[in-house]
Design a protein around this ligand. Structure first.
Ligand SMILES: [Zn+2]
Length: 183
């Protein structure tokens, strides 16, 4: 089983091909990541977990996610490290199952690890959810307002998470970080 540092459970929370297909890069027949939502001028249908992790999208200039942290090199204290981590997120990590942009959150000196599409069962109360949402993403919503937007039923895989408003749960060390968007 291929694991990804910044994506906890891609087999449950990333868009996969329906059943086994041939990887567009290496030809291996297995359940692959669906290339339909990738960014770039070149299109591929599918990529196997191994090829994604090994960076086979880099030379094809195809990306899966976006890094938009303006002062990343400054925050990390290194241009090289910023470049290295950006490549990992943008080309070697499964795509976030978001409605809108696939911007990856960065907190306390590292990128956050994506855990799942969230529902009320992932938080003990509205305040915990509210605290996990960065101020820039609150848009004057109250804790209660966010809680009412958060799906009630447990979400165990991407098929469960098909709501018009989605909340994305990440971990930054032991802290929960949440982003959200709408269809
Ligand atoms: Zn492959």
């Amino acid at each position: 089983m291929v694991t990804f540092k910044y994506f906890d459970d891609p087999m449950k929370f990333s868009y996969l091909t329906e059943g086994e297909v041939a990887c567009s890069i290496c030809g291996s027949v297995e359940v692959c990541f669906d290339g339909g939502g990738f960014y770039g001028d070149r299109k591929i249908e599918a990529i196997c977990p191994n090829c994604l992790k090994e960076g086979k999208l880099i030379d094809l200039e195809i990306s899966t996610n976006e890094v938009t942290v303006p002062d990343l090199a400054e925050q990390l204290g290194s241009k090289e490290l910023a470049q290295e981590l950006t490549v990992i997120i943008e080309h070697c990590t499964p795509p976030l199952p978001t409605w809108q942009d696939k911007e990856w959150p960065f907190k306390d000196g590292d990128f956050c690890k994506f855990i799942k599409i969230a529902s009320q069962s992932d938080f003990s109360n509205p305040e915990e959810l509210f605290d996990a949402i960065d101020e820039s993403l609150r848009f004057d919503h109250s804790a209660t307002a966010f809680w009412e937007m958060l799906p009630e039923a447990e979400i165990t895989c991407i098929e469960d998470g098909n709501y018009d408003t989605s909340f994305y749960l990440f971990m930054a060390g032991r802290n929960k970080i949440v982003t959200w968007d709408c269809n």
